[in-house]
Each structure stands twice: as C-alpha cells, then as structure tokens.
Design a protein around this ligand. Structure first.
Ligand SMILES: NC(=O)c1ccc[n+]([C@@H]2O[C@H](COP(=O)([O-])OP(=O)(O)OC[C@H]3O[C@@H](n4cnc5c(N)ncnc54)[C@H](O)[C@@H]3O)[C@@H](O)[C@H]2O)c1
Length: 377
C-alpha cells in the first residue's frame, strides 16, 4: 500500500472578496499530523466535535492539537442521527461561547456523516461562520458527506430540513479510521462509491467487479483507489455547482426511491442500502425507456449484489413509496423527476409525467411481501 497521501482540490479560484474558494481533501494513512496546517495560523482555539463512540479518537486529536499549541476542547455528542438535533448544536454553541471562541477560531469534526453535518452546521452558524476541518471516519463520510459543504440537522418534520452551505477549510480522509468501522457501515458507504462509478467513472465499477472482497478491505489498494476516485467524482461535480442548482443533481442517482425507502423504513435502513435499491430501480426505469441496454441495467444488479447490498424491496409498499417520491426535492410542481443514465457515465434528469410507468418498473424489484424482512444492512 502506498504511504504517500493524495490531495484532491475541490473548487478553485477566488471569491469576490478575494477569499480562496477551493479546499483540499487529503486521502491516505496516518494523516493527523496534517491537521494543524489545515486549521491554519489564525486560530488559537479549536473545538473537536466527536460522537460518543469515537471518544478515544477525539481525545487523540485534542491532545495532538494541544501539543501543537492550540487551546483545544472537545464536545462529545450523541451517536449517529441522535447527534443531528438542534439541542446538540445548542450544546456546541454553548461550549464555543464558554471558551470565548472568536471568528478566527476553528471547529474540527471527527466522525461519520452525522457528525460532519452537525459540526459543519455549528461552524456555519457560530459568529456567522468559522473554519471547519472534517476528519471523516466512515466511508460515506469520506466519499460523500465531508465533501461539498452541505451541513444540516434534522427536525421533527424530517431529515436535513435545516442547514446551510458552508465549505470546509479542508478534509482529512484517513483510511486507518476505517479499520474499526463495522462491515455493514463500510458496505453501505460502498453504495455511494458504486453510484460514482455509474454516473462518472466506469473504472470504479471495474475495480469492484474484479475484486468485490478487496473493495471491502480497509487495508487494500482497491479501497483506497475507490475512495480517491469517488472523491474526485464528487469534487468535480460540486466544484461546478456549489449550491446544488444543476449538475449536482447527478449525485442524486438512486436517491429518489432511496429516500422514499428510508422514509418508509423510518430511517432504520442504512442510507446506502436504500440507495442501492434506488439505483437498481433507476436502471430498470432507464432500461424500459430505452436509455440503458440490458447489459448495463443488469450490471447494476450484479455489482451491488456482489457487495452484499440489497437490490429488491417489499412489493406491498408501492403507495407509500410513491408518496415519498412525490416529496423529492428535484420535483417541479406535480412533475416527478428522476436522475437516469443514458449509458454508463451519462446522467441526466428526466421528467416522468405518468407515474404508471414507475409502478410497472417497480414490479421488477418488488419482493413478495412475506420475504421482505431478510435484509442484513
Ligand atoms: N452533507 C452531505 O452532503 C451528506 C451526504 C451524505 C450523507 N450525509 C449525512 O450523513 C449521515 C450518515 O453518515 P454515516 O453513514 O457516516 O453514518 P453515521 O455518521 O451515523 O455513522 C455511522 C455509525 O458508525 C459509527 N462510526 C463512525 N466512524 C466509525 C469508526 N471509524 N469506527 C467505528 N464506528 C464508527 C458512528 O458512531 C455511527 O454509529 C446522515 O445523517 C446523512 O444525512 C450528508
């Protein structure tokens, strides 16, 4: 395995006020020593936000920052989605206030996508915005949540309804952190990697197809290559569309049905598992519209199955799913919109005026109702 790290720059150029718009995502092993540079020379105080499950890692980061001369404090927050609450953000604001954090100080997130989202939100809102460096510790965090500047918390009415765009000062994707990640979390993250393969980089698909086991091994060169390639895909798309008004929709591939499944399952399914089914559905829809060949559509099924991701969903839930699909943010008025492929690497947003084609397509992925509970993710 390479001991060198790889740096991927997201966005480039300078803003109207002369500020740098781009930031670096560094991928490699043992990257903690890079943190000070990303925090920059202006900050005196750093708040390290981590979940309960990563207390030891959070402490190591804090101690390292103290050795480097920063006044570092930690905020331990509840695990996973429990952390994406306004009360948790309020707790972090309290810690910032009690420790006299100024606008030149910084926040560091250590954790999965849930932590990046809430820490990013805290950083975006404290004194109207302070620097944030993300240290994602899940595969999904590395290839998706930490890159692109979307931050958010959940409300009683739904997930990610409150948030802002706040670009990080940098991202450190340390592959060593994936060693302790439970397998189901790693596999769920691979769904987003596969998505990047289908929308933009076929080499990702080839790497997985030639060694699906190695794609799940945090020590393998294959996983590192997949992380780097997926980050490049996301970096390119978000660099072109910082505030999600156009091409960024392609990152939504598989997410329309995926989000509807998550909602129907009351968020008890991993996001990646739902997106996996959503991609197979999108592939079937594209096949029936003549946009994908049989081989290309079947490839979705095969690659996702080889990773142990689900490709079917309960046949008795269509009406509920359609309700979820109607809530999708891509829709315009009553017209439903899906990201579909015109061949591998060519995503486009397609309007579906007649939902009956969706129901017909759904039959391709629908299970018998009584086999629906056999899911391991
Ligand atoms: N902002 C964005 O662009 C964006 C994109 C995708 C997803 N998200 C958000 O990301 C969240 C999901 O992220 P996730 O899948 O990383 O889940 P997560 O953050 O909930 O983490 C999953 C679980 O793994 C644990 N964990 C994290 N790192 C670990 C490690 N190295 N070793 C052992 N355990 C570890 C966590 O404590 C948690 O229990 C969702 O809230 C979603 O909305 C945001």
């Amino acid at each position: 395995m390479s001991t060198e790290s790889t740096t991927i720059t997201v966005g480039e150029g300078t803003g109207a006020g002369g500020q740098e718009l781009g930031y670096d995502v560094v991928v490699g092993n043992g990257l903690l020593a890079r943190l000070h540079t990303m925090i920059g020379t202006q900050a005196e105080r750093v708040l390290v936000i981590h979940p309960r499950a990563l207390r030891a890692t959070g402490d190591v980061v804090r101690e390292d920052l103290e050795k480097a001369g920063f006044q570092a404090v930690t905020a331990e927050i509840p695990d996973a989605e429990e952390g994406k609450h306004i009360q948790v953000a309020a707790f972090c604001w309290q810690v910032l206030g009690q420790n006299d954090f100024t606008r030149s100080d910084a926040v560091v997130s250590v954790g999965g996508g849930a932590v990046t989202d809430v820490a990013g939100f805290v950083a975006a809102t404290w004194l109207r915005g302070v620097r944030v460096v993300h240290m994602p510790t899940t595969l999904l965090g590395m290839v998706d949540a930490a890159v692109g500047g979307k931050t958010g918390i959940n409300t009683a009415e739904g997930k990610n309804l409150v948030g802002s765009f706040h670009q990080p000062a940098g991202v450190l994707a340390d592959l060593d952190t994936l060693i302790s990640l439970p397998r189901n979390e790693l596999v769920a993250g691979l769904a987003e990697v596969v998505k990047c393969g289908f929308i933009a980089d076929e080499e990702i698909l080839k790497i997985i197809e030639s060694a699906p086991d190695q794609a799940q091994n945090p020590h393998s060169w294959q996983l590192r290559e997949l992380v780097e390639r997926s980050i490049r895909v996301k970096a390119k798309v978000v660099g072109e569309d910082v505030r999600e008004s156009g091409v960024r929709e392609s990152l939504n591939y598989g997410h329309t049905l995926g989000h509807a499944i998550e909602l129907a399952e009351r968020y008890q399914w991993r996001h990646g598992a739902a997106v996996s089914v959503g991609m197979v559905f999108a592939a079937e829809l594209a096949r029936s519209l003549g946009r994908l060949s049989d081989a290309e559509a079947d490839r979705h099924h095969e690659i996702l199955t080889s990773l142990g991701l689900p490709v079917t969903y309960r046949g008795d839930r269509w009406n509920q799913l359609l309700e979820g699909i109607r809530r999708d943010k891509k829709n315009r008025g009553d017209t439903l919109r899906f990201v579909l492929l015109n061949g591998i690497g060519s995503p486009t947003t397609v309007e579906i005026p007649d939902p009956s084609i969706l129901f017909a397509t759904y039959q391709e992925i629908a299970e018998e109702p009584d086999t629906s509970t056999t899911i391991s993710l």
